[in-house]
Design a protein around this ligand. Structure first.
Ligand code: FE2
Ligand code: FE2
Length: 192
């Protein structure tokens, strides 16, 4: 897909070391994905088609929050408080201020966050599967599949905003920047 790097092989062990922390961070990622989709509806209500797509997306992300919360509850855990997401913040810092660049960049950042979430949730599915934890493997596999579709939705919404060459250039920029940001972050029990 659009990612320019693969997650380091040692990431799984670090992320799985504290399951409550990982699930708590995951819950907040899903919550922020829902909020971000609705924030785009709030900022761009005149863009008719995307209002429907983004609202459906927010609905699906909210259902992911419910699923992560249910899994936490089955372990007898409540979600921990959210901690700053340096990954998303560094990407959002690249969003330009003027339209239509602002919307283009916001949609591309969302596409990269979804694509990276897809990669990582699939790594969790595989890693927990190899440990024989089928419940977690199925859980992450199902949610990971959805994130891949979401990345495609954001790209679909972004593509018509500018001429093709401008789109490709910005996609390449965020591809390189995302890989750079990720490489500088420590491995921890969180999704990014
Ligand atoms: Fe999600
Ligand atoms: Fe998503």
């Amino acid at each position: 897909m659009i990612l320019r790097s693969s997650t380091h092989p040692r990431w799984f062990a670090a992320s799985a070391a504290d399951l409550q922390a990982l699930l708590s961070d995951h819950l907040h990622c899903e919550r922020k994905a829902a909020e971000n989709s609705l924030a785009l509806v709030w900022r761009y209500p005149h863009r008719g088609t995307s209002v429907a797509q983004l609202s459906r997306l927010a609905h699906e992300e909210t259902s992911h929050v419910v699923q992560v919360a249910a899994l936490l509850a089955r372990h007898g855990w409540t979600p921990r408080a959210d901690t700053p997401n340096r990954y998303a913040r560094a990407l959002l810092a690249e969003v330009r201020g003027r339209e239509p660049e602002r919307l283009l960049d916001a949609l591309l950042v969302a596409a990269f966050i979804e694509a990276r979430s897809h990669e990582r949730l699939m790594l969790l599915a595989r890693g927990f599967g190899e440990r024989g934890d089928d419940e977690l493997a199925r859980f992450y596999g199902a949610l990971g599949d959805a994130e891949e579709r979401h990345a495609e939705t954001f790209l679909e919404l972004a593509r018509p905003l500018v001429p093709e060459a401008g789109f490709d250039e910005r996609l390449a920029f965020f591809g390189a920047r995302e890989a750079e940001i990720l490489a500088a972050l420590p491995h921890a029990s969180r999704i990014h």
